[in-house]
Design a protein around this ligand. Structure first.
Ligand SMILES: Cc1cc2nc3c(=O)[nH]c(=O)nc-3n(C[C@H](O)[C@H](O)[C@H](O)COP(=O)(O)OP(=O)(O)OC[C@H]3O[C@@H](n4cnc5c(N)ncnc54)[C@H](O)[C@@H]3O)c2cc1C
Ligand code: FES
Length: 1352
């Protein structure tokens, strides 16, 4: 087994083509290789840590677990797969699945046509997960579908349409899920015309399933015969791949591996790389030699023995799951308790891709403190079979000593783990597993546990007890002493109390414990044990009934009250169902006229095939350099020096750009592009390094040495900012009526506080820019992912001190923006431009997920105080709200956000005496910025919390208070803008009706009476959302339309395609106006060279104003063509265009929406104005169920009724509503930013920051567009819906609060508790006060330094 000094050839296949790498570098991942070497850019970078699924590809190879040559297709995240792992494997990427150039695969067709793509950045990954599922199961079950998609995140769609597309392949699927229920439009028996084209009636189908091509497995790529031959005659010798820094050694036999382990005792074994990979990426570890057992089939064997199961360390967790499933189906229940417990956690551990890659051995040996499997294996007396060359086999127990890493209980350096033996469970033995995480899937657990109890036969006396917890220490913790003391005790309430006391003593967590949430974790420790207690009690009773033991009577066991039984049930994973209802177009509308029809996103198919080009997919240009940013590590400090000398000496490093290199203006005085003397937050940009390659630049930024001198004060929280009088702008205030007088006349007054956390945009495509300097006239081409190209142009112009006309910005499409790509990309564009000009070479700057989250800021956290005066009837007479937002260290959009917040605070309510005040706090955090809804989602939560508090005081349901105080007739807002709330009232009533609210409210109450540990809650929330900017000049827009001599039309307009379907809508407008099919039209890109001086695509108004501009351009062109058309009325479009050209008629026109929508606001004098062109109304009802013991919740049903007026494209509009709703739901339930006491953002990736996953969407999710009766002045009377749905996500929050209030009422706890968003499991559990919350030790906050600090 000599280890060759020269590299072997690495042979694998990608999309049927052979790849031979002669110098394979073990540090190169498959993602980099695909994108950079093979130019297959369909596979996207989104986080680099396997947490998002955008880089999913399929790997096929010989399944070593099966004895015969059997193929295994499995999905993996390419960012974690080193290319060296792929020897002899076949990789299929989205490009290999299908292409619009050749043949689109049914998976790709269906996801696009079901409207499952918006920005499209996640789509290739979704396609690959679904495709892999279909390669393994031609007709999968819906459960398998959910499992396959669990590891893929989408920030735009809200998942519903993606599930809908996948469901068309499932065996259960029979088209519309409501078919036959009388709710489906197809049930009305009108088969003569398409459901989309009938008279103007309500329609519930957004796509026609009948059009889909069938799935034909014979069309799939075959496994390359050459690889099959390689699998049949495997290479016997060790393969070695030498990279620049790392050597990869892959032996073919166990014997060789053991020899190598002697030679390289420090070298880790690399299996799934899901543990090693992320650690190496964050540079915690560097390993010059890696030993890969991937080719050793001896490490993938499963042996079933009479006393248990021995699973080899090389088996993947997905394989372990299959094996355990098989055991559970074959063996008697009493033997499979441990296997069931493991299976339970294997379903939620990571996503499918992680389970496919991660190995059992890697999992066990990694001994992560959060490991889901180790606690179960530890309590079940699992043993580890170790092997080494010198000592052969030996066994060690997988116990607390091993898990704590004690040298005496650990592997020796030359040993490896061969297999894990998991014994069967026995009669009178019970094993269970518990886990609580932020989300059900794809989230690391806060706390988990494995529990096992063995009884003396036929009794309830504990013979043996084992409890192990994860998440509560640096390693899995075994409650060894507690268990010992409980042995011999009977399984009853006394034992329970004693156990809780002992556990809290033994499994103790200091207040400053890493990860925070300390009190919550303490509660979970005892809550899980309580669940176990109940479970076992129930099982004991069953067992005694089945196997009566003389002299024992199950009646002696404590009774479980019926009201406690639901504590035993976990929330099941269900497949979301729902209806999307909209008004179909008029039956007289010509078929080719697309306006009002659910037209697929223009780029839908390209998204699905990976052919849609995003900024970083642009091929490397000649002499291109890579830039990376150096950021401040201090929250407030003076910069003493910047020493880049070491960085500059590294190979490949070309330059370091500091503020001194900026030829023009370095940003604003109080918002510098690059820091000069002082830094104001961790994450502030200090300088940038430019190098030849990504690897070089990443190494170089670490070598830039910055010395600081800390400055005072350092302010992070709103509370501290108020104390220090630290504000970014003057207070904004609106007032009406006489608030003081009104407070004197009311029956009751309530005061309260509301804390709303911030939110990360978490767009799939991180910030990125490519700047190409031209040799002539200082021109620059900038390719950038942005919502506001004119802003980039202006910023670059000021920074370089060159005129705007030399700079052209190009935007093809943006992988999600949500407000996060309004201002910031200009900063990155400007710094990259300085680098490009200084070096004279093109510069590419692509932010890592961690840097993106650290640097860019997000939604403003808010702290609100309210005082509300009301009559006992619930009528609110006076409301005084004071809001503070955490603006971070610079102004950015904080003043505007404060204004919008105040303007929108009244939401849907008419309250005569009002006072709203708002201030933006200056803190030492990265500057917060625009985010979908612009202050409204935070502010209106304060208003709705007031309503809930009033309801609690009046003893009335909140919906009664809402209804009573809602605008009902034509009226004026607090800023004196007149409006009619007729549609608001219609939305509200229709939502109550469609959701059967009142009867469900009664059912919820009934449920709550019968259940103590599970509670349901229901809430219905009305919404008045103002669209647009509060300034007329922001409502102008332009378009440029060219008609070419072949009749084809090129449309350009000022809006950017962010996924919201603006380009699709613009072509619908153009097609309608020019009366030609959309197939004649094309949009190439948004460019500052074609449409100058554009306004940001934001504030829900983009399609509206740009639509008007496109309409105007089309009308100008049609007017010019009219005489020709009249002369030849029978002519075709092509004839007319040809004739127009002959007659020298210009076939190019600029359209302008010059009048704009009038909007103004006078803050200075009266606080009056007409700031908004129009309002969107809506209402949402959500029902949830909470688990009072863990704080988890399940969304049972959501009904949304939204007023789109005459929707331009119902599929896109419903997609916007659903996507915004789910994003709002994330804001209010799971998305939590965590900052260290030093102001460092901890939550910088999908591992720590939880956006909703596919399993988080409501079980039933209905959206209906209100049939319209009004005709606002918008384009074709359709309203902009980009943002409004966000706030409706709060219906889930108030549903949870309703359930919590019910629990608190029952436990005689106060119901006017402080509102905190997000309503995380931690908040819910802590709010559900009970005997366990009373038991836990509470920390005096003054006595320790917490791990994280609150900033809202
Ligand atoms: C996105 C993501 C989500 C995750 N979610 C969860 C979750 O919800 N719950 C959870 O518990 N875990 C989770 N994990 C962690 C995951 O379970 C582990 O990373 C994984 O099981 C490690 O296995 P691996 O094969 O990838 O190990 P590798 O990274 O390949 O190796 C890890 C370590 O194990 C050693 N090793 C491997 N095999 C052997 C052997 N046979 N003998 C001796 N040493 C060996 C290696 O030397 C190395 O030090 C997640 C990971 C990721 C990336
Ligand atoms: S469409 Fe899924 S992230 Fe944009």
């Amino acid at each position: 087994m000599p280890c060759p000094t020269r590299s072997n050839e690495l042979v694998f296949f990608v999309n049927g083509r052979k790849v031979i790498e002669r110098n394979a570098d073990p540090e190169v991942t498959l993602l980099t290789f695909l994108r950079k070497n093979l130019r297959l850019t369909g596979t996207k970078y989104a986080c680099g840590r396997g947490g998002r699924g955008a880089c999913t590809v399929m790997v096929s190879g010989h399944d070593p677990v099966s004895k015969k040559i059997r193929l295994r297709h499995f999905s993996v995240t390419a960012c974690l797969v080193p290319i060296c792992f792929l020897y002899g494997a076949a990789v299929t990427t989205v490009e290999g699945v299908g292409s619009i150039q050749t043949r689109i695969h049914p998976v790709q067709e269906r996801i696009a046509k079901s409207h499952g793509t918006q920005c499209g950045f996640c789509t290739p990954g979704m396609v690959m997960s679904m495709y892999t599922l279909l390669r393994n199961h031609l007709e999968p079950s819906e459960e398998q579908l959910m499992e396959a998609l669990g590891g893929n995140l989408c920030r735009c769609t809200g998942y519903r349409p993606i599930v809908a597309s996948g469901r068309t392949f499932c065996m259960e699927s029979n088209g519309c899920q409501q078919k036959g229920t009388g709710k489906c439009c197809l049930d009305q028996g009108e088969n003569d015309s398409s459901p989309l084209d009938r008279k103007r009636e309500m329609c519930t189908e957004l796509f026609a399933k009948e059009e889909f091509q069938p799935l034909d497995s014979t069309q799939e790529l075959i496994f390359p015969p050459e690889l099959l031959r390689m699998a049949e005659n495997p290479e016997k010798c060790t393969l070695t791949f030498h990279g620049e820094r790392v050597t990869w050694i892959s032996p073919a036999t166990l014997k060789d591996l053991l020899e190598l382990k002697v030679k390289h005792p420090e070298a880790p074994l690399i299996l799934g790389n899901t543990s090693l990979g992320p650690a190496m990426k964050s540079n915690e570890h560097f390993h010059p030699v890696l030993l890969s057992p991937v080719r050793i089939s001896e490490l993938c064997v499963v042996s079933r023995t009479s006393d248990g199961l021995t699973i080899d360390a090389g088996c993947s967790l997905a394989q372990v799951k299959d094996i355990l499933g098989e055991m559970v189906s074959k063996l008697p229940e009493e033997k499979t308790q441990t296997y069931r417990a493991l299976l339970k956690h294997l379903k939620s551990l990571g996503g499918q891709q992680i389970r496919n890659m991660a190995s059992l051995g890697g999992h066990v040996i990694s001994r992560h403190y959060y490991s889901d499997l180790n606690p179960i294996l530890a309590v079940s007396n699992a043993t580890l079979n170790l092997v080494s060359e010198a000592e052969g086999m030996r066994q060690i127990p997988l116990n607390e000593h091993f898990l704590a890493g004690l040298a005496s209980a650990d592997l020796k350096p030359e040993e490896i783990l061969e297999s894990v033996h998991i014994p069967h469970s026995h009669k009178w033995e019970f094993v269970s597993a518990f886990r609580q995480a932020e989300c059900w899937q794809n989230a690391l657990p806060d706390v988990n546990a494995g529990m096992k109890v063995l009884f003396e036969e036929g009794t309830d006396t504990i013979a043996d007890l084992n409890l192990a917890y994860g998440g509560v220490g640096a390693a899995t913790v075994s409650a060894h002493q507690s268990c010992q003391q409980l042995r011999g005790r009977r399984w009853n309430e006394l034992m329970l109390d004693e156990a809780c006391r002992l556990l809290l003593e033994e499994v103790s967590l200091p207040g400053s414990a890493p990860g925070g949430r300390v009190e919550f974790k303490r509660i979970l420790v005892v809550s899980f044990f309580f669940k176990f207690y109940l479970e076992v009690l129930q099982e004991l009773k069953k067992l005694l009934k089945l196997f009566p033991v003389p002299d024992t009577d199950s009646r002696h066991y404590p009774e479980i009250p019926d009201r406690f039984l639901s504590a035993l049930e976990d929330f099941p994973i269900t497949i979301p169902q729902g209806l999307q209802t909209y008004q179909s177009v008029d039956s007289h509308q010509p078929l080719q006229d697309p306006v009002g029809r659910p037209i697929m996103h223009l780029s839908g198919l390209k998204h699905a095939t990976g052919e849609a080009i995003f900024c970083d997919d642009i091929p490397v240009v000649d002499k291109e350099l890579v830039m990376a940013l150096v950021t401040s590590t201090r929250a407030h400090a003076k910069i003493i020096s910047i020493d880049a000398s070491e960085a500059l000496e590294l190979p490949g490093v070309v330059d370091v750009i500091t503020a001194k290199d900026i030829p023009g203006t370095n940003g604003a005085e109080d918002d510098k592009l690059l820091a000069v003397d002082e830094v104001l937050c961790v994450g502030q940009l200090v300088c940038a390094v430019v190098a030849e390659t990504e690897v070089q630049v990443k190494q170089a930024i670490k070598k830039v040495k910055i010395t600081y001198e800390d400055l005072e004060p350092v302010i992070f929280s709103i509370e501290d900012a108020i104390k220090h009088n630290s504000f970014l702008c003057p207070e904004k205030k609106l007032e009406q009526g006489n608030i003081e007088e009104a407070f004197e006349k009311v029956d009751q007054i309530v005061e309260g506080e509301v804390h709303v956390g911030g939110q990360e945009h978490f767009y799939m495509e991180t910030q990125r820019v490519l700047v190409i300097p031209k040799t002539e006239d200082k021109e620059l081409d900038i390719y950038v992912s942005i919502q506001d190209p004119a802003h980039v142009q202006k910023t670059v112009s000021c920074t370089l001190s060159i005129p705007i006309n030399r700079i052209t910005c190009h935007i093809k499409r943006v992988g999600g923006g949500f407000g996060g790509k309004l201002g910031r990309p200009a900063v990155f564009g400007a710094i990259a431009a300085v680098g490009a000009v200084k070096t004279g070479r093109p510069i590419r700057l692509v932010l890592d997920r961690e840097d993106d989250m650290l640097i860019t800021g997000g939604r403003h956290p808010l702290f609100g105080k309210y005082k509300v005066g009301f009559m006992n009837s619930g009528r609110i007479k006076a409301l005084d709200i004071e809001c503070y937002i955490n603006g971070g260290c610079t102004l950015d959009d904080s003043e505007l956000v404060t204004e919008f917040l105040i303007l929108k605070l009244e939401n849907a309510y008419k309250i005569r005496n009002l006072r709203f005040r708002g201030r933006a706090c200056m803190t030492n955090l990265p500057s917060n910025t625009a985010f979908r809804g612009f202050g409204f989602p935070q502010g209106a939560l304060v208003t709705e919390s007031c309503i809930t508090a009033v309801a609690a005081k009046c003893g009335l349901p909140p919906e009664k208070i809402r209804e009573q105080n809602m605008y009902k007739t034509v009226d004026k807002t607090i800023y004196k803008q007149a409006f009619s709330p007729e549609t608001l009232v219609r939305c509200w009533n229709e939502c109550l009706d469609k959701s059967s609210f009142h009867s469900r409210r009664r059912q919820v109450e009934e449920f709550n009476k019968k259940n103590y540990w599970k509670k349901k809650g229901i809430a219905v929330i009305p919404m008045k959302f103002s669209v647009g900017f509060a300034a007329t000049s922001y409502h102008q827009a332009a378009a440029l339309i060219h008609i070419y001599t072949d009749g084809s039309v090129l449309v350009t307009h000022g809006g950017n395609e962010l996924g919201q379907g603006i380009h699709t809508k613009m072509l619908q407008v153009a097609s309608h106006e020019l009366k030609i099919p959309m197939s004649y039209m094309h949009i190439c890109e948004t460019s500052t060279a074609t449409v100058p001086n554009t306004v940001a695509t934001a504030a829900s108004i983009g399609s509206d104003v740009n639509g008007k501009a496109v309409q105007n351009a089309c009308q100008i062109l049609l007017k010019r063509l009219e005489p020709i058309m009249k002369q030849n009325p029978e002519g075709t479009w092509e004839d007319w265009i040809e004739a127009a050209f002959e007659q020298r008629i210009s076939l190019s026109a600029t359209g302008y929406f010059s009048r704009g929508y009038k909007a103004f606001m006078d803050w200075e004098k009266k606080g009056e104005g007409d700031p908004f062109p129009y309002y969107v109304y809506g209402a949402a009802c959500s029902e949830v169920e909470i688990d009072c013991l863990t704080g988890a919740h399940k969304k049972i049903r959501t009904d949304i009724v939204m007023d789109a007026c005459y929707s331009l494209n119902p599929a896109i509009d419903i997609g916007q509503i659903e996507g915004a709703f789910i994003q709002g739901m994330g804001l209010y339930t799971t998305e939590e930013l965590k900052y260290s006491p030093e102001g460092v953002l901890y939550s910088r990736g999908p591992g720590e920051y939880k956006i909703p996953t596919i399993t988080d969407i409501p079980e039933e999710f209905n959206v209906s567009l209100l049939p319209s009766s009004q005709t606002p002045l918008t384009i074709y009377s359709s309203k902009g819906l980009g943002e409004s749905g966000m706030f409706l996500g709060s219906s889930v929050f108030f549903g949870i609060a309703d359930a919590v209030a019910s629990a608190r009422r029952e436990r005689d706890a106060a119901v006017d508790f402080t509102v905190r968003s997000p309503a995380t499991p931690e908040w819910v559990r802590m709010a559900c006060a009970d005997r366990f919350t009373e038991m836990i030790p509470r920390d005096d906050r003054k006595t320790f330094k917490p791990w994280a600090i609150p900033i809202a």
